[in-house]
Design a protein around this ligand. Sequence first.
Ligand SMILES: Nc1ccc(Br)nc1
Length: 448
Amino acid sequence: TTTSNEAQLPVCDDDEATMAASERSPIDVNPPRGTRDFPPEDMRLRNWLFDNFREISRVLSFEEVDFPVLESEALFIRKAGEEITQQLYNFEDKGGRRVVLRPEITPSLARLVIKQGKSVSLPLKWFTIGQCWRYERMTRGRRREHYQWNMDIIGISKIRAEAELIHAIVLLFERLGIKSSDVGIKVSSRKVLERVLQLHSMPEKLFAEVCVIVDKLGKVTREEIEKDLISAGVSTQAVQGIVEVLSLKSLSKIEEFLGSEEEAVADLKKLFSLAEHYGYSQWINFDASVVRGLAYYNGIVFEAFDREGKLRAICGGGRYDRLLSTFGYDDIPACGFGFGDAVILELLKEKDLLPDVLRHVDDIVLPLDEELAGPASKIASSLRKEGRSVDIIEDKRLKWVFKHAEKINAKRLILVGNTEWQRGMVIVKNLASREELQVKIDEVASLS
Ligand SMILES: Nc1ccc(Br)nc1
């Protein structure tokens, strides 16, 4: 009851709970717009892909790290007009802090490198697989989250770092059955563009914004790109210089254009030479139009693409030697890549390379009567302690159990029956050979 000066309390949980289900308006059971659920069959495929990411990270001797999906918005405030910063999933938390669901991993990794400071010895080779977010108006109906495998090398200024990262990507493709005839990796260096701007006396501060604009090549018209460059303050001569250099189709043409002393040329020659020794030359090719869309790259950049040109970039990355100073700290040379979980699966589907990731269980334990629930538990427990996966089934007819066993690819069916139990035995049915044995209870677990 309430006195006159007490506000009428809202309907309390009990009332809500006692309301008949039919009176509640049903909640929407779909996940939030642009996000995905992973039911078992999708989760098995995702785990299969991530296990491959982990295996390549292992053979490259990278260490796994992780970061919060929630980050300070300050980590991603950049002025270069990147799509990624224009689509921040940002908000103010209950403490009034400006936070984001991270759109990428690299800034978090840089933050941890800074935080760990002198306590870690360089070089660092870190990897992670993490969910990244963007808030895009759903007009385009694109996803708002995806998982990215990130590999980063911190503290190596030599081209070895880029060569190692590309090796990881190539090994991953080969491990998944993808061939160099299916996929290529375009390689260039932002130092090419940087030099063109210098030759046209363009201010250094325009560099990042120019790269972000030029990255739209192939996505928007050339006219739009030229217009954006002009409005960013690039002179018409510099725009022509950019257009000319981006159309050069070979490293030798770049060398002719910039001169063989250019750092960009030396870097790229070194990378292609190392590629020969790694044995992955057939996977990479120079393409001056590759700049990638992140503001902080300053050197070699690369991206993998399907040669049929049906899909978006499969992965991409590059050198970012000057990221840490944008956070107010001393720079440390770094490079890395991000590899999303979506395009690769589209490619594998296209190439009919998706695996059959079926559910597998070792044993089904079936008590044949109610009062055998305990004995069945004892059997299951002993099997599980031996590391066998066990599915205890109750209240199901044998016909259903055999169907279920086939669906989950069970190896054995263990029937716990009264008569046998009284004699200290159970029935073990090998579902592949159909062989049936009576086995002593304490020998079931050791029987493989
Ligand atoms: N950066 C980013 C985040 C989320 C998705 Br989906 N795509 C790109």
